[in-house]
Design a binder for this molecule. Structure first.
Ligand SMILES: NC(=O)c1ccc[n+]([C@@H]2O[C@H](COP(=O)([O-])OP(=O)(O)OC[C@H]3O[C@@H](n4cnc5c(N)ncnc54)[C@H](OP(=O)(O)O)[C@@H]3O)[C@@H](O)[C@H]2O)c1
Length: 269
């Protein structure tokens, strides 16, 4: 896929993975729509892309309100006339045991990571269908392939994305809409710091896994390379990606190791 002059809408563009993808897509000649809740951060990213201001749109969205997806999409179409690429990336992580977590927090995570994500893809796919095609890239997670203690609802939301998009990709293929799922391993962003705790507050602590994770610029180069290709799925990360075949081939050993690792982690807190 040639990216020159394409209209690419990135959610979660105010930090981390989405921010780095914005810089990479700008380098490839895309015109950008940058979305998230923090307008000030989106403006900082817009400036740093060094794109001509008329080629960048800042659109504040809160994925916790999926009923707004069509309204947001209409605003993008009003500005640029079309949407070639959606990088559906915005999301929130979790730090807290399932038995301690109230239902409102679970609903918040599912709204942002699943219902908001899906509503946006549906609204954008309707536009892509009218214009003759497009590409939707969705940021899932390796935690969409297995679970870990403290991440039950987050894991559920990312697993749910696989269920939805593996069906949706078959429904929209005849409309020339292609779906790419990207599963990051541990990437060095603020995702753990920004995670929601059982009472709804922000976790505000980082984890060694995150701090030692892949840098966002390297991650974004691989993400955009996958976007340009015909791939349907891509894992991006370091040695943590080995957990996927390990769980597939040695499930009992996998669960024992994960249990013991977590017990140690809890003792060190
Ligand atoms: N970093 C990793 O190791 C890792 C691993 C696997 C998957 N992921 C996934 O990668 C994606 C990006 O995360 P990140 O690592 O870049 O973390 P991050 O630095 O915390 O970025 C999260 C982004 O999502 C946006 N966001 C959060 N809640 C939102 C809401 N209610 N409405 C709209 N936007 C919202 C944030 O923007 P605002 O605060 O401006 O709203 C921010 O731009 C997420 O889907 C995450 O699950 C990350």
């Amino acid at each position: 896929m040639d990216l020159q002059n394409k209209i690419a809408w990135i959610t979660g563009a105010s930090s981390g993975i989405g921010e780095a993808i914005a810089y990479e897509l700008a380098k490839h000649g895309c015109r950008l729509v940058l979305s998230g809740r923090k307008t000030g951060e989106l403006e900082r990213v817009a400036k740093a892309t060094q794109l001509n201001p008329e080629n960048v749109m800042i659109l504040a969205i809160d994925l916790e309100h999926p009923d707004q997806a069509e309204n947001w999409t209409n605003q993008v179409v009003a500005k640029f006339g079309r949407i070639d690429i959606l990088v559906n990336n915005g999301g929130i992580s979790q730090e807290g045991l399932a038995l301690d977590t109230n239902a409102a927090v679970e609903a918040k995570i599912m709204n942002i990571n699943y219902f908001g994500n899906v509503a946006l893809s549906k609204a954008v796919a309707r536009i892509m269908k009218q214009q003759g095609g497009g590409k939707i890239a969705v940021t899932t997670s390796i935690i969409g392939k297995f679970g870990l203690p403290g991440l039950s609802t987050y894991a559920a939301s990312k697993h749910a994305l696989y269920g939805f998009y593996d069906s949706f990709r078959l429904e929209v293929r005849k409309d020339n809409i292609r779906i790419l799922l990207v599963a990051p391993g541990f990437i060095n962003t603020r995702v753990t710091l920004n995670a929601v705790t059982p009472d709804g507050s922000t976790f505000n602590k980082n984890s060694p896994a995150q701090e030692n994770g892949m840098e966002t610029a390297a991650f974004a180069r691989k993400y955009v390379a996958a976007l340009r290709s015909n791939r349907t799925h891509k894992y991006i990360g370091k040695k943590e990606l080995l957990s996927i075949p390990f769980k597939t081939f040695f499930p009992k050993l996998f669960y024992n190791i994960m249990f013991n690792m977590n017990e140690k982690k809890m003792q060190n807190r």
